[in-house]
Design a protein around this ligand. Structure first.
Ligand SMILES: Nc1ncnc2c1ncn2[C@@H]1O[C@H](COP(=O)(O)OP(=O)(O)O)[C@@H](O)[C@H]1O
Ligand SMILES: [Mg+2]
Length: 254
């Protein structure tokens, strides 16, 4: 195995009750890479993320974080040891305060109400100035308010901050652009590039297909729980027919 692989799965199968959703999924993510996982709705993409982090048990196969077999490790072990997951829909905890949402991860314990602003500024200022502006106006002054009081877009920004705030080297982003205005989507791309440049691996699921293909080093296409394409995005960008075959006629790439 090349030394720079930070995450890989080997022949992972999983499902719910007796219904098999994932079939022999083998994929990998290396240091400094941005890898897109695309596919129609219901293909099994989120289920794969949930298997990787231990929320959904795998039936067969293995998951490795660096060289460590984490297949049977519980979800809190994985959250504590280097995978930062941004779940689909952001999924903040609406009944916890904004501050509690940000320091939920034990690795973020050193973040106090006093220093958290500086930390967020260090992440957002350069690469995501609009998100930083929103944070200054809507997030930092309201640290002790329930996160449920934020609007949809603000929740998504909170969720992005929560995902990028730690120094984890593996990021899993499940449809991170949902609910974001266009300038923020551009900023998210900057954040992802900067994180990858500093050596992290980012595996992301997206419905914005063109955006994904232009923003990744490699891509996997999932169809009915199987990986049907693995490679560089260029081929898919140049072949709309193949792409619409994978993504469905009604979801022409954006
Ligand atoms: N908790 C669950 N219980 C039963 N079936 C589920 C559950 N979660 C997802 N599924 C089913 O698994 C399939 C894949 O879902 P999902 O992984 O969310 O797809 P995607 O993220 O690619 O849109 C779908 O048919 C979905 O209905
Ligand atoms: Mg999904």
């Amino acid at each position: 195995m090349p030394p720079d692989k930070v995450l890989h799965t080997v022949n992972v199968s999983a499902g719910f009750e007796k219904l098999q959703i994932l079939h022999d999924i083998s994929l990998s993510l290396s240091k400094g890479e941005k890898v897109a996982l695309i596919g129609r709705n219901g293909a099994g993409k989120s289920t794969l993320f949930n298997v990787i982090v231990g929320i959904v048990p795998q039936w067969t196969g293995k998951v490795f974080l660096n060289n460590l077999d984490i297949t049977t490790k519980p979800v809190n072990y994985i959250y504590d040891n280097g995978i930062s997951l941004m779940p689909q829909g952001g999924r903040i905890f609406p009944h916890l305060t904004i501050y509690e949402n940000l320091v939920f991860n034990p690795k973020n314990k050193e973040l106090t109400r006093k220093n958290i602003g500086m930390k967020i500024e260090s992440i957002l200022f350069e690469n995501a100035p609009k998100m930083w502006e929103h944070s200054q106006k809507r997030i930092l002054p309201r640290l002790d308010k329930n996160a449920g009081s934020l609007s949809g877009g603000e929740r998504q920004i909170l969720s992005i901050i929560r995902t990028f705030i730690n120094d984890y080297h593996v990021l899993l982003l499940d449809e991170p652009t949902i609910g974001l205005a266009l300038p923020m989507i551009f900023e998210l791309k900057n954040l992802m590039c900067s994180k990858a440049q500093s050596g992290s691996g980012i595996l992301f699921i997206e419905q914005k297909i063109k955006w994904s293909l232009n923003n990744c080093n490699r891509v996997y296409v999932m169809q009915r729980g199987k990986i049907v394409y693995e490679g560089y995005p260029k081929l898919l960008l140049e072949n709309e027919e193949l792409l619409s075959q994978y993504m469905g006629l009604n979801s022409m790439p954006k």
